[in-house]
Design a binder for this molecule. Sequence first.
Ligand code: PMP
Length: 429
Amino acid sequence: MAVEPADRFRLSRAQYGRAKEHLATGVATAFRAAQRPVPVTFVRGAGSRLWDVDGNEYVDWALAFGPMLLGHSPAPVIAAIRAQLELGLGYGASHPLEAELAEAICETVPSAELCVFNTTGSEAVHTAIRIARAATGRRKLIKFRHYHGWFDPIHVGIPGQAGTGPATGGQDPEAAKSTVVCRWNDIGDLEGSLDSDVAAVIMEPIAVNGGCQLPNPGYLERARGLVHAAGAVLIFDEVITGYRISLGGAQEYFGVTPDLTVLGKALGGGVPISAVAGRADVMSAVGSKMSHVGTFNLNPVAAAAALATVRSLQADRAETYARLEVTGASLAAAIREGSKEGGFPLEVNQIGAMAHAFVAAEATNDTLGMPPSDREAYLQFAAALLERGVHVIPRGTLYASIAHTEGDLALTQAAVREAAAQCATAAQA
Ligand code: PMP
């Protein structure tokens, strides 16, 4: 008997309807609004699985937009949080986990000598830019069509956006006056844009938000050389790649170290915490030339979660990252093969535990910083997967965790085959 989507998501629909009464748009972040047939309301997560309010179970490849590298509700992280809960939720003052977490980051991230902390990735990006400006006494910022959070100076020229102006209403266009958007992987464009007023060049070392695109061989090395020759600071935004592509992030994976690194998402194992880590001479601007503030910086509950996350990744390092690579590659293969079998082939870019699936469109214009894709078709595909117990980000990004199993992959491939067949039939209708 065919499954009726209307029945399957009945309570999610009701919850969404209720939320819209007093929660603007009914979702807490705009990215969630894209989900079809309705933004799903989840009530529990464990390992690779999520359960929704209607009692449906899902294999989850969205992982809360990335943080759940250890899977949902990972035991060491939950235990560390519980232990800290007994001691207090926060002191607004120093506590022992502060030094311990900073040490753990400096042990694991190759370029890290000193750290500061914030709560979200957007905030930490803002901090990194401020440190670079304070350290150099310069003003300009060079970015690419990458995503670095939603703050005005950097929320311009994001993946998929036409143009390089503010990416949403309500931004102050003046705030991004010192921001220059260059073409990534084009060394000449960067070279031509660097001048003596550039404080920093910021990039995602793997363009995950732009469809999981890799740097060209030698690009990161050459960019680093040019940025340094110009006296500017190189910032790697490793909010996604940090602790995910390898313990030491993309800088370790590619062997190219930035001056400053932004960390978030996976760092907290699911709890909000972010950091900027970097070379001591650049980081020493903190305190001497600028102040770094924030009520919740290094909140002990978040610090406990992050410390447990980093220590468990460190303890099983070789096995963990080998496993993540295999799971990521198997996921990409399951999607490629399943969608081909279903008659609606998808393209997949994948590296390690990150991937991006897209419906290849005829146009081959990637000037928007995204692979060309039929976004509407992918939304329908994601909805068809949801009906079959597989949860993915409707934009195309996919994340694997250490909790995913071969059983999850087999279930996913079968769901992809059926969802692809449904999409192929719909496309012919
Ligand atoms: N940088 C990158 C590379 C990101 O992917 C994100 C979030 N997707 C951010 C920064 C912003 O992080 P947050 O959403 O925690 O503010």
